[in-house]
Design a binder for this molecule. Structure first.
Ligand SMILES: Cc1cc2nc3c(=O)[nH]c(=O)nc-3n(C[C@H](O)[C@H](O)[C@H](O)COP(=O)(O)OP(=O)(O)OC[C@H]3O[C@@H](n4cnc5c(N)ncnc54)[C@H](O)[C@@H]3O)c2cc1C
Length: 252
């Protein structure tokens, strides 16, 4: 099928919501709870899914300004959707989160597909920076009871680890804290994965800065002999690039 024959991508369902509450979970992670009648049509699709938040304005291509986030939690009984947003600085999403207040309206689209956990796997490596904390939390909450998981978090400060509010009895967390003015984003994650033990059958979910994700994926495939099916690698944002696409799976 050529690109021109391809069916148009189905539009994600849009929901008009209102900010119910804003909480600083850590100095850099802001939790926004959205609510609204429209969320009665929201369907939780599983761990590490994504939604789009639509902001005021248009892109130069006359598209709405939108950014990608992870539904951290959805309560169908109360129609409350929780999203944890990193306050990284300037950007339509981070700037919106920094000023968010209860009562403000917003439009949300989604959710998209979730991460499909392999039923046969028993060991996971879950690695990411602070933008991946919501995704890794939803994966931890979905792992079977007998699973083990090695969790690597790269953070700008030790206290940011408190944003990971999910646990699993088989999980072990390693915090990798960037020194002040420190290392290139993702380089500590890369070093940790390079020295991680990767037993046969391990499954990996790794999400962070796009350049680092490429280096990590290459290492896993070329130097560790892993199969693409064992891993999901995702560039969640890209240094120096605004509105990095949501379909970046770290492939060269
Ligand atoms: C599937 C998926 C799920 C995601 N889930 C979450 C989530 O739950 N929570 C969350 O906080 N983020 C999440 N992200 C990442 C988020 O979409 C990006 O960080 C996005 O760029 C933020 O948009 P913005 O408008 O603030 O900045 P943009 O306009 O996109 O970028 C502006 C500038 O900020 C820089 N920048 C963007 N993000 C960061 C960062 N984290 N640290 C430092 N500099 C940055 C860019 O390089 C650029 O220079 C997810 C991304 C994907 C693809």
């Amino acid at each position: 099928m050529t690109t021109s024959d391809a069916p148009p991508k189905p539009k994600k369902a849009r929901h008009a919501v209102t900010v119910k509450s804003v909480t600083d979970v850590t100095p850099r992670m802001r939790r926004i709870v959205f609510t609204g009648e429209a969320l009665s049509a929201f369907e939780w699709s599983g761990p590490a899914a994504h939604i789009k938040l639509l902001f005021a304005g248009e892109t130069p291509e006359s598209k709405p300004v939108m950014r990608t986030y992870t539904p951290r939690r959805f309560d169908a009984a109360t129609c409350e959707l929780t999203v944890d947003m990193v306050l990284h600085g300037e950007g339509p999403a981070a700037s919106w989160a920094a000023q968010a207040e209860a009562g403000q309206p917003l439009t949300i689209a989604g959710p998209g597909r979730a991460y499909a956990l392999d039923d046969a796997a028993t060991h996971w490596v879950l690695a990411g920076d602070d933008t991946a904390i919501p995704a890794l939390a939803t994966i931890l909450e979905s792992l079977p009871a007998h699973a083990t998981a090695e969790v690597f978090l790269e953070l700008p400060a030790f206290e940011e680890a408190a944003a990971l509010d999910a646990a699993h009895p088989g999980a072990r967390l390693t915090r990798l804290v960037r020194a002040d003015g420190g290392a290139e984003p993702g380089s500590m994650l890369e070093a940790a994965i390079r020295s991680a033990s990767l037993p046969e059958g391990v499954r990996l979910y790794v999400a962070a800065e796009a350049g680092a994700i490429r280096r990590i994926r290459r290492h896993l495939l070329q130097e560790r002999g892993m199969a693409p099916a064992q891993m999901v690698t995702r560039g969640y944002w890209k240094l120096g690039e605004t509105d990095h696409p949501d379909r970046d799976y770290g492939e060269d």
